[in-house]
Design a protein around this ligand. Structure first.
Ligand code: OXD
Ligand code: MN
Length: 603
């Protein structure tokens, strides 16, 4: 432990080692030698498989335990002192119960294993808004992932200095049994305990556990926002750069939008972040965002040269693939990669596939862990200590019906209402049924570390401090026609929607009022050359008032779960929506409901 001069850190490490009894303790310095050593051990014990060194230099495949393939929301707990502080959308466990039920699972859990201590920085190292965390883990795979996903090692210890202000994460694979799997967050103690899983958001504690669940509480206490949002900059043909932060539930295309390759000429895209944004009110009255992460833990399935060429390029070196299929030439393969797999390809479990196989070869939640530095569209702003100024916030869901392609909130408070009532169909990013519509406020349902009633209030409070608040929009790339086909091509064509938003932000695009908010006026969004047909505008922007009357009823039911914690301003927005629907109904006609489709992609 020669690296350690921080008293609080050494004492904490010792206290964890006393319980977990590892055979060895390694404090990670983040060096290339350390990584090479870890990799050779994992190659030797089969935790990693080296991929084709010519086509995928320094890339590896990892196969997780078949029962450990996604985040397990039902085993994720907020352990605040009071149940009300966790709120109705979180699983709650009292700290006392966690100590008696979960902590004993850590007893001797690292016996015979190495305990790695991984100090990391979330955010640009020089940023005053960055935070330090330390994850203790017995998984070398987790260490290798954290090295890509965060700025880790000595650099983090230097940033920490002798401060005791760091998030403490303890992770052990345990026996990988879902019966003894818990992911516990203690917001009052800035501590995380995770046991029984080696996968993604369950095990890379810097990501969902620290940068969202604990950071959201810290952000509430300190007056900033920690959000499940991508950050992207768009430079338009006039040379204006406009930054957006966009919240979409897991598996709904955040990474693709962050790395958009615009189909319209003259536009340039700068990727700042693909999953998490930490945002503060700047001295200029604008909202400023940093990406706390340094890498991407993206969903492989559906990624190809057409949907996301930047991601394809980013994953072509120094990448860890998890649960993808493997071709005989040792290259990775997944459904939607853009070409058929070679004969002899083995599935994510390592089994040779039968010719008449129906199930996918890659797991639907198969991932790549790749450095943001390798993404061709990455913007310099990712290292800017102050972050980038946000002019537009986008909330998006996966809705086969109901929600138009895009609409703009009528005010910031209305935008908060749109975020609070976001509904989306579930994906493979978490265990459970996919394709089920669920409320996912601001795409934070699985990630908000406190009562979401208080969270909505916090958003409204932030607005009061913004003299130049961003405009708020809602998008739905996933609306379908009567036959279940997507109405909108998505991907690079989403620039047409962003172009309209940029026009709205700078005051040079027209809008038409609907009961939901403002949609593009017919001539203000470029739908040309898409082969969409004459009725496309109407289909994309139709607002079915009767269907929205039922939806508004569902909003009311959902919001009532927050009881007295729900801010009045949200209730007022709900009442205003009802009033607009009522007024419009008296002058309107009823449309046939659409049929629900079963397509999944991530535009
Ligand atoms: C993710 C998720 O891994 O949202 O980013 O599940
Ligand atoms: Mn995410």
């Amino acid at each position: 432990m020669g690296l350690l001069s921080n008293e609080a850190l050494s004492q904490w490490i010792e206290s964890i080692a006393c319980v977990t009894t590892p055979s060895r303790i390694v404090v990670c310095d983040g060096s290339a030698e350390e990584l090479a050593d870890l990799e050779s051990k994992m190659l030797a014990d089969g935790a990693l498989i080296a991929l084709n060194p010519e086509r995928f230099p320094h890339c590896f495949l990892h196969r997780s335990h078949p029962s450990d393939v996604a985040r397990t929301e039902q085993l994720t707990f907020i352990c605040s002192e009071s149940r009300e502080d966790a709120g109705p959308t979180n699983n709650w466990m009292s700290p006392a119960e966690a100590r008696s039920r979960v902590w004993p699972l850590f007893s001797r859990c690292m016996a015979g294993r190495t305990m790695y201590v991984v100090p990391y920085v979330m955010g640009p190292v020089a940023s005053p808004f960055s935070r330090v965390g330390v994850e203790i883990t017995d998984s070398p795979y987790v260490v290798a992932n954290l090295r890509i996903m965060t700025r880790m090692g000595e650099i983090a210890l230097r940033k920490l200095g002798d401060s005791s202000d760091f998030v403490r994460g303890v992770h052990s694979l345990g026996d990988l049994s879902p019966d003894r799997r818990f992911i516990c967050h203690f917001p009052e103690a800035a501590t995380i305990w995770s046991i029984g899983s080696g996968y993604g958001g369950n095990a890379l504690l810097s990501k969902k556990c620290h940068a969202l669940r604990l950071a959201s509480v810290q952000a509430r206490n300190e007056g900033w926002l920690a959000e499940h949002m991508l950050i992207v900059g768009i430079t338009d043909p006039r040379g204006r750069t406009t930054y957006f932060a966009a919240a979409f539930p897991s598996g709904c295309g955040k990474t693709n939008l962050a790395m958009l390759v615009p189909s319209l000429p003259g536009y340039q895209v700068e990727t700042i972040g693909d999953d998490i944004a930490w945002m503060r009110v700047g001295s200029d009255g604008r909202l400023w965002a940093i990406n706390p992460e340094a890498g991407m833990f993206g969903i492989a399935v559906g990624t190809n040269m057409k949907t996301n060429p930047s991601a394809m390029s980013a994953v072509s070196r120094d990448t860890i693939f998890t649960n993808v299929a493997l071709q005989p030439d040792m290259t990775p393969w997944w459904e939607g990669i853009g070409e058929a797999c070679a004969e002899g390809t083995v599935d994510w479990r390592g089994q040779v596939s039968e010719p008449d196989r129906k199930e996918p070869l890659a797991h639907p939640n198969a991932r790549y862990t790749a450095s943001a530095r390798h993404c061709p569209s990455v913007g310099l702003g990712i290292e800017n200590p102050a972050g980038v100024p946000i002019s537009g916030i986008i909330f998006g869901g996966r809705r086969a019906r109901l929600a138009p392609l895009v609409f703009e909130a009528m005010s910031f408070a209305h935008g908060v209402y749109l975020g609070a009532t976001l509904v989306s169909e579930t994906t493979a990013a978490a265990t459970g049924k996919t394709g089920v519509a669920r409320h996912d406020p601001m795409a934070m349902l699985p990630f908000c570390g406190y009562n979401m009633g208080d969270y909505f209030r916090h958003w409204l409070d932030i607005c009061k401090r913004l003299s130049r608040p961003p405009k708020i929009f809602h998008v739905n790339w996933f609306r379908t026609d009567q036959d279940g086909h997507f109405l909108w091509p998505g991907y690079g064509e989403n620039i047409r929607v962003l172009e309209w938003m940029i026009g709205r932000i700078h005051g040079d695009a027209d809008a038409r009022a609907t009961v939901l908010g403002r949609v593009p006026a017919p001539a203000s969004i470029d739908l040309s050359g898409l082969g969409l047909g004459d009725g496309a505008y109407d289909e994309l922007f139709e607002v079915d008032r009767d269907a929205w009357a039922s939806e508004a009823e569902e909003h009311r039911r959902f919001l009532s779960e927050f009881g007295p914690r729900l801010p009045d301003a949200v209730l007022r927005e709900h009442a205003a929506l009802l009033k607009r629907i009522e007024a419009a109904r008296s002058t309107s006609f009823v449309r046939e409901p659409r049929r629900s489709p079963r397509q999944v992609s991530m535009k």
